[in-house]
Design a protein around this ligand. Structure first.
Ligand SMILES: NC(=O)c1ccc[n+]([C@@H]2O[C@H](COP(=O)([O-])OP(=O)(O)OC[C@H]3O[C@@H](n4cnc5c(N)ncnc54)[C@H](O)[C@@H]3O)[C@@H](O)[C@H]2O)c1
Length: 452
């Protein structure tokens, strides 16, 4: 994080931590509040404008604005940078925002002397060496659920398209073939939609499908409150047997790998439809192609594949090409302008909360820690201490803080690292310097920050 609030393993000059009173952010005027209690303090590191943020790969404008509004220095680039340029640029920055093309490897992270937090403005985080980032005390945030609505809407469209064989009619028309048929074309009203995985996307889909007159049943590994008049069923097989449409919305896990194969497809009703906009490994493609070509299934819509091309172009191969009434899309379920904008808002808010408040809720590689708001009082601080997860650390911290008024404190660990937040009141500038100096010099220190 910014040099004046402490960086990894390096004690900063004490003067930068406890500036004279006139340098402190102005205290907000207190206004009436519940029970006469003081207002909450808007924490921030000193000299917010010194915080340098590098945003690559055309990160959405919503994020650029939110970060600039905080007073941070924000540099934006439309594309990913070459490794050499990135190594040079990353040296001096406190926060980087990327999408999927920028690889933050050990080599790049080693060049990042001040980096405290990474924002992945996308769903996946495979492009970051997460373990190495956490060892260096760098928190990584992403946005896994901003595009749930976009996926649910695509599935609704696909249900109608499959039911009316619209994919095939469209291909025929582009070939100059007029084929006006109504056989095996249906309304979706009154049909049963079986949702596998009733999470963010599955539950959105449930609401939309009911509003179009469908009956919704779902299967999930955990018992969940059904929305509207939907109902949870006892097993996957039961769901497959009763559904006219089956839509998959499970995560990629050992249990969901190859979840839908020949056996499961045979359980599905004759003429029913399968939709997969979850993960490519969930469905066995050869078995699906066989069920489509034999006419057992009436159609399928597939947005995700076991092997997906790394770049746009003529690279797609699949046994599903040419199957009847089969809609194939290039993993675009969540690809909308609205989702990009939501991702920008969600990730930038997580970055701001981490930089200003120390909150790590939602981090993918970091213990998730938060504290309720700090009271708006002069001489109160928040200590944020990322440290090696080894026995005896809390005793050292308790020793250091024992002479002070610790209002609240919370710590959690994840793998080899742990993160502690403590709010301390009635501390003088000299005491703040002393706390910072002693905590950041503990042998287990990874990063120590003090927020005001
Ligand atoms: N096509 C796209 O562009 C796109 C976009 C976003 C998300 N996705 C994918 O969609 C899927 C669902 O996303 P989400 O945000 O709804 O996830 P989520 O975590 O909110 O929900 C997943 C649900 O699946 C359930 N589940 C887990 N294992 C199960 C099993 N073996 N059987 C039945 N239910 C099981 C969970 O309990 C949970 O309720 C994920 O695989 C995600 O990667 C795809």
């Amino acid at each position: 994080m910014p040099s004046n609030v402490g960086t990894s393993g390096q004690a900063q000059p004490a003067t930068s931590l406890a500036p004279p009173t006139e340098q402190r952010p102005p205290q907000r005027e207190r206004q009436g509040s519940f029970g006469g209690s003081p207002r909450v303090k808007h924490l921030k590191p000193f000299n917010t404008a010194n915080i340098k943020i590098l945003l690559l790969e055309n990160v959405n404008e919503t994020a650029v604005k939110a970060l600039r509004d905080q007073g941070y220095q924000v540099e934006t680039h439309a594309k990913a940078l070459s490794e050499d340029v990135l190594i040079e640029k990353i040296r001096d920055i406190h926060c980087i925002g990327i999408r999927s093309k920028t690889k933050l490897t050990k080599k790049i992270l080693d060049a990042a002397e001040k980096l405290g937090v990474i924002g992945c403005f996308c769903i996946g985080t495979n492009q970051v060496d997460l373990e190495y980032a956490s060892q260096k005390g760098i928190a990584v945030f992403n946005s896994p659920f901003s595009n749930s609505r976009s996926v649910a809407e695509l599935v609704i469209a696909e249900i109608v398209l499959l039911s009316r064989q619209l994919g095939d009619r469209n291909i025929e028309m582009h070939q100059g073939i007029w084929s006006k048929v109504s056989a095996n074309c249906y309304e979706i009203r009154g049909k049963t939609l079986g949702i596998v995985g009733y999470g963010h996307i599955g539950s959105q889909l449930s609401v939309l499908a009911e509003s179009m007159g469908m009956r919704v049943r779902f299967h999930d590994v955990v018992p969940l409150m059904p929305l509207g008049t939907s109902k949870q069923v006892g097993s996957l097989h039961e769901l497959l047997e009763i559904s006219d449409f089956v839509s998959l919305h499970v995560p990629e896990t050992e249990e969901t790998k190859n979840m839908i194969g020949e056996h499961e497809l045979n359980k599905m009703k004759q003429g029913s439809y399968l939709i997969n906009a979850s993960r490519g490994t969930v469905v066995q493609i050869p078995a699906l192609a066989k069920a489509l070509r034999s006419g057992h299934l009436g159609g399928a819509a597939v947005d995700v594949f076991p092997k997906e091309p790394a770049a746009n172009g003529k690279f797609f191969e699949s046994e599903l090409i040419g199957c009847p009434n089969t809609l194939l899309t290039p993993h675009i379920g969540g690809s909308t302008e609205e989702a990009q904008s939501m991702i920008g808002i969600e990730v930038s808010q997580a970055l701001i909360k981490f930089i200003n408040n120390g909150t790590s809720i939602g981090a993918v590689n970091f213990p998730e820690v938060d504290l309720r708001a700090i009271r708006d009082e002069e001489n109160s601080i928040r200590l944020c201490y990322t440290h090696a997860n080894v026995p005896g650390v809390l005793r050292q911290i308790t020793d250091i803080l024992s002479e002070h008024n610790v209002d609240k404190q919370f710590s959690d660990s994840k793998g080899k690292i742990a993160y502690l937040m403590a709010d301390i009141s009635d501390v003088t500038p000299e005491q703040i310097q002393d706390i910072y100096h002693r905590v950041s010099n503990t042998p287990t220190n990874i990063v120590t920050r003090v927020l005001y």
